[in-house]
Structure formats: structure tokens, C-alpha cells
Design a binder for this molecule. Structure first.
Ligand code: ADP
Length: 268
């Protein structure tokens, strides 16, 4: 964004030229955007859980309720307070990443091992079969391991959350030229075509009653995108409504020549 200021230059009442001052106002524009995002977040995303907390606490204070009902209200209050904390943490995380103040602890990671750890974490899922299909020969990337786990966990938990009827959730690893291609495929609700490009935007959640019941902050995919792009990778979604979705992630493979010269202990 450029702001242009023009002024005419005169010499003895005769116009001899014009001076244009071009000023880059991108930063100011971004700060303005951030402010209005924050305002809309506060009004939409914080108000709903807060009014539920206020409503239920008022009932608990003013009414003489049976123990069972008290317990029910307290559980809702706890859930909403937790949702608020998650929302604020995610939002701060994302803001830090977007402003470039996030530091990444890069190390050599074997993505098959990272993916296996995440798969193990989801193994207890009753309705879903979660598995890893490893078709890649080169799986080492330079990455912040914890952040990579955060991305996989997020995408996997979406795959499970949005497949309420169960089904397979597959993580597949493949090599494509100098990239590692990771796909996470589910057989769930899928995503309407017009929504697909919006999903990486902050707070974007698909608004229909079936999905509203499923919890979330609408920040998960925006965070994944920031993390993956900070690793020179890319992330996108392909989906058919009613059939399921696949999230694709690419990461540059750490060059084979370098891997061979590095002590195995260094590869985590
Ligand atoms: P959250 O899961 O917290 O709502 P995300 O940013 O992770 O936020 O996802 C945004 C939205 O994208 C979700 O609310 C959901 O509607 C849709 N979505 C994400 N992953 C899937 C998936 N695997 N299947 C169907 N819909 C999905």
C-alpha cells in the first residue's frame, strides 16, 4: 500500500515541476487490519462463551438447584472457560507468528517418526481407524519438531472431529521431487467447494448446525498455515462434500548429501 503526496514546484511564478512523495503505508494498513480483527474477535468469539458463563453462574447463585443440575451447569461453565482460554492462547500464538516474533527451534526431523508418534496418540479412537502409510524414501526435513507435531495433531483432530460417523484416517508420506508430500485423508463430512479457500482464514468456521455442535476456535488451520509456510512448505485442502477431505502438506526434504555426512545421533 502506497500513499502518494504531490506538490507543484514554482520558480518566479512559473511551474517548473511536481514533486511526488511515495510513502509505503503497508505497516499502518496491517496494524489497522489487526485492530479491526481484534474488535470483531472480541465481539463475536468472546461474547458467546462469556454470556453462557454469566448466565449459568447467575442461575447457580440465585436458584436453589438440585445437585445434579448444579453439576450440569458447572460442567458447561468449565467447558466454556476452557474454550475461552484455548481461543486466547491460539490467537496470541498466531499473532506472534504473523508478526514474525515466533522463534523456531530447527533440527533435523524424520517425519515418519513424528507422524507415527501422532498416529499412536490417536490410536485409542474407537470409531476411527488411524494409520500411517509410508511410501517415502527420504523423510528427513529441517523443522521445529514440536511445531510439526502441533500441525499434524491439529489436522488429525479435525479429520476425526469432522468424521462423526467414523471411518479411516490415513496419513500418507510420499516423495515428490525435492519435497516430502504428507497427506491426511478422512472419510468425513467434507467441505463445500466454496468454503475451501476460506478455511485458512482466522476464525473461519463453516456455519451449519451439524458442524456448530463440534467444538473449535476456527484458528487451527490458520496456525498450521503460518507454521508450514515458515518452514518453506505449503498446505492446501481437497474435499468432496459428504465424502471426505484430504489435507496436503509439502516440506522441503533435507538434502541427501548433507544427511550422509551428519552423525546419526543428530537426527531426531
Ligand atoms: P476449528 O477446527 O477450531 O473450527 P480450523 O481452523 O482447524 O478450526 O478449521 C476451520 C473449519 O474448517 C472447521 O470449523 C471445519 O468446518 C472445517 N474443517 C477443517 N478440517 C476439516 C475436515 N477434515 N473435514 C471437514 N471440515 C473440516
Amino acid at each position: 500500500f502506497i500513499d502518494v503526496y504531490a506538490t507543484s514546484v514554482f520558480q518566479r511564478d512559473e511551474k517548473i515541476g511536481t514533486i511526488f512523495v511515495h510513502r509505503d503505508i503497508t505497516k499502518e494498513y496491517e496494524v489497522d487490519q489487526m485492530k479491526s480483527e481484534l474488535v470483531s474477535t472480541v465481539s463475536h468469539e468472546l461474547r458467546t462463551p462469556l454470556s453462557s458463563v454469566l448466565g449459568f453462574t447467575e442461575l447457580l447463585i440465585t436458584k436453589d438447584l438440585q445437585k445434579e443440575r448444579q453439576q450440569k451447569y458447572l460442567t458447561t461453565i468449565h467447558k466454556e472457560a476452557k474454550r475461552l482460554t484455548n481461543l486466547i492462547n491460539d490467537f496470541l500464538d498466531l499473532q506472534r507468528m504473523e508478526s514474525g516474533n515466533q522463534s523456531y527451534e530447527m533440527e533435523l526431523c524424520k517425519v515418519d517418526e513424528v507422524a507415527m508418534d501422532v498416529v499412536r496418540h490417536f490410536k485409542h479412537e474407537k470409531k476411527h481407524d488411524v494409520f500411517l502409510i509410508d511410501e517415502a524414501q527420504h523423510v528427513t526435513v529441517r523443522a521445529d519438531r514440536e511445531r510439526l507435531i502441533q500441525v499434524f495433531t491439529n489436522v488429525m483432530s479435525n479429520a476425526i472431529k469432522f468424521s462423526p460417523n467414523g471411518g479411516d484416517v490415513k496419513i500418507r508420506l510420499k516423495n515428490e521431487k525435492d519435497q516430502l508430500l504428507i497427506s491426511i485423508q478422512d472419510q468425513g463430512l467434507g467441505i463445500p467447494e466454496n468454503e475451501v479457500p476460506m478455511l485458512f482464514k482466522k476464525f473461519h468456521r463453516i456455519d451449519n448446525s451439524e458442524r456448530r455442535k463440534i467444538g473449535g476456535t476456527g484458528l487451527g488451520l490458520a496456525i498450521c498455515k503460518e507454521i508450514i509456510e515458515s518452514h518453506q512448505g505449503s498446505i492446501w485442502i481437497e474435499s468432496t462434500e459428504g465424502k471426505g477431505s484430504t489435507i496436503y502438506i509439502t516440506l522441503p526434504i533435507y538434502s541427501q548429501k548433507n544427511i550422509e555426512t551428519i552423525n546419526d545421533d543428530f537426527i531426531h
